[in-house]
Design a protein around this ligand. Sequence first.
Ligand code: PMP
Length: 350
Amino acid sequence: MPENSLEHPLKTLIRKEILSLEGYRSEAIKANIKLDANECPYSPSITLNLRSLKLNRYPDPEAKDLKKLLSRMWDTGPENILQGNGSDELIYYLISVTGGPVLYPVPTFSMYGIIGRILGKGIIEIPLDQNFDIPDNFINVIRKQKPGIIFLSSPNNPTGNMFSEEKIVDVIKKSHCIVVVDEAYQPYARNNNGFIPYTKKYKNLLVMRTFSKIGLAGIRLGFLIGDSRILNEINKARLPYNVNLLTQNIALEVLRKRSFFNNLIKRVISEREWLMKELQSINQITVYPSDANFILFKIRNAGRIYKGLIKKDILIKNLSNVIPDCLRVTVGRKEENRAFIKALKGLVSK
Ligand code: PMP
């Protein structure tokens, strides 16, 4: 390759699907009040004795202690759980071991599509119906297009609603591929136990959970729950020590004190309901129902409002390129939510 060539050799070195891909974007904008990434505003306080950890040794490749604890929580067997470095990594494994194309309703979490493209599997995006639920033509598209895997985020990011239970069951029953119900936000759902109990009945169903939305985004930990034989196959694609020693130990420590999760979930839900009422009280805003730790709302001049909030040191998510005029706010601490509503009311009245 000529060293002084004016043209950069990227095109010859990298697949064209990657060159044309826009990777995952997380906001680089700094703000004191950060309500953009669906994180939990509370962090557990734990004392981890680093000296007692054998940092020179690899971590337990199977994360056995963690799985044992979680299997009791989720009323399943340790063999029905597979660990990931966040659920993002599990999405990667899932798409790498199944055939294409990758099918999901939109708008939804962007990584299904990004990883589908990276792995060259092809993607099929089906628009949600007007209630942001699984549309009536979904089963027909599955029958015609025969996807290799289906992702359903319920509660869905960024719309905040859950898909109807009957529709999800129908998709599972009528698909001949793995159906992943991504329950990243399930802990915040009202009156719902989620789909883990269904995994005993339907072999092609895998449920995905993460610790990222309940106070532990920094340690990167996610899980798949489902049929042990299917998980064994996915496990072949897993990198040997994907969940590191610190992550395993921190998660064990926090899980032993279950009250941390219960308390934070109660607080976030109560703040969500407060935020919901406040947003509904603002005339020019349409608020969508939420079973998650964030709220989607429609507002005139969404771009101006978004930028105005940044000027006031408040960062939320601008979704107007995905859903016209829509912004998404993550539920924060009490004082953060109050500051957000105050700033928003100020901007709307201008
Ligand atoms: N699934 C959904 C629906 C999400 O919104 C997110 C994060 N925004 C993830 C998965 C990724 O979670 P993790 O941090 O466990 O990779």
